[in-house]
Design a protein around this ligand. Structure first.
Ligand code: HEC
Ligand code: HEC
Ligand code: HEC
Ligand code: HEC
Length: 211
């Protein structure tokens, strides 16, 4: 009897775990959120279009302008064990961001407070990465860096992190951290488009990676 109960509980845990993963894959959850942007055509069209005349479309069929500011800077302190790599670079349709940092640059299309069209309201973090009015990315959680638990023993193992709902992005043989590691641009079920709630618990966002 007890064994049967245990089996049922394990199965339930598995299903709940799986549905968490499946939810994270769903894209239509974007409808009705702040990322369903009417002024840009609404729904998926705000960010992706099926056919495009410029090379921007090589990146996830991207339709928005790319950040044209040269640098955003990187977060560095004496206690950092890894060095983030600059994500800026005056991008254009013929000078596309390469590698996993694309997953950060695409957010900056709208969230750098500079690139047109400017669709972000003043109250909503317009300046997350604004290099002139908010210190670029120097004062934000580091992004575009290798997730390296060997360099920093305070980080959970790769396997542990990959079993949570945060997401690491592959770059060659490395796993990297980008804006979309913490945020799911397509899903606002957890407010602020977070992949894991920023709760005061080990199972919360920060505890997913930090021991
Ligand atoms: C506000 C901008 C935005 C909107 C609107 C949007 N996306 Fe995305 N999409 C992104 C960004 C940024 C990424 C890359 C980050 C990531 O991995 O999720 C992405 C990645 C993707 C990917 C590839 C990654 C994966 O997980 O497979 C697919 C497929 C996709 N989007 C489909 C859609 C569809 C379908 C819609 C409409 C239902 C949609 N998106 C609406 C911004 C958007
Ligand atoms: C096509 C433009 C566009 C792109 C691309 C985009 N966003 Fe947004 N985002 C918006 C708009 C518009 C809002 C709503 C802001 C407002 O109401 O002023 C928003 C709001 C947000 C919010 C705040 C939501 C809230 O409830 O306050 C977060 C967090 C966010 N975006 C993260 C991201 C991340 C991370 C990416 C990349 C993975 C991204 N966005 C890509 C346009 C975009
Ligand atoms: C380590 C996880 C993490 C990373 C990486 C991250 N964010 Fe966030 N972000 C958060 C959390 C948590 C919040 C909720 C507000 C808070 O606690 O500061 C947030 C809030 C936001 C907001 C809403 C602004 C507001 O004042 O509430 C925007 C927009 C945003 N993030 C965009 C981005 C962009 C763009 C990137 C990449 C340059 C990024 N985030 C990287 C965790 C992250
Ligand atoms: C996806 C994994 C991940 C998540 C989620 C995450 N972090 Fe980090 N964080 C890292 C990595 C990787 C570093 C770089 C560590 C290093 O190289 O020393 C880092 C660095 C930091 C640093 C800078 C450390 C220093 O030495 O200057 C702080 C502070 C920090 N994180 C706090 C947070 C907080 C607070 C949250 C939750 C809002 C959070 N992190 C969520 C992976 C993560």
């Amino acid at each position: 009897m007890q064994r049967k109960l245990f089996a049922t509980v394990s199965l339930l845990a598995l299903i709940t775990g799986l549905s968490g993963v499946l939810m994270a894959q769903t894209k239509t959850t974007v409808f009705g959120t702040d990322h369903d942007i009417a002024s840009l055509g609404g729904g998926c069209k705000g960010c992706h279009v099926a056919h495009q005349s410029s090379a921007k479309g090589e990146m996830l069929l991207w339709t928005q302008a790319l950040p044209t500011t040269a640098t955003f800077g990187v977060y560095t302190t004496p206690t950092m064990n890894t060095t983030p790599t600059e994500v800026g670079g005056n991008y254009s349709a013929s000078n596309l961001p390469t590698g996993a940092k694309m997953y950060t640059v695409l957010c900056l299309s709208c969230h750098d407070g500079i690139t047109t069209p400017s669709v972000i309201g003043a109250a909503d973090g317009a300046a997350i990465a604004n290099p002139t009015s908010s210190d670029g990315l120097k004062n934000d959680h580091p992004v575009n860096l290798v997730y390296n638990p060997t360099a920093d023993a305070g980080l959970e193992s790769l396997a542990t992190v990959q079993a949570t709902n945060v997401k690491l992005y592959t770059s060659g043989t490395d796993q990297t951290m980008q804006c979309a590691s913490c945020h799911n641009v397509h899903d606002n079920t957890i407010p602020k488009f977070l992949r894991v709630a920023n709760s005061n618990a080990k199972a919360g966002l920060c505890g997913s990676c930090h021991k």
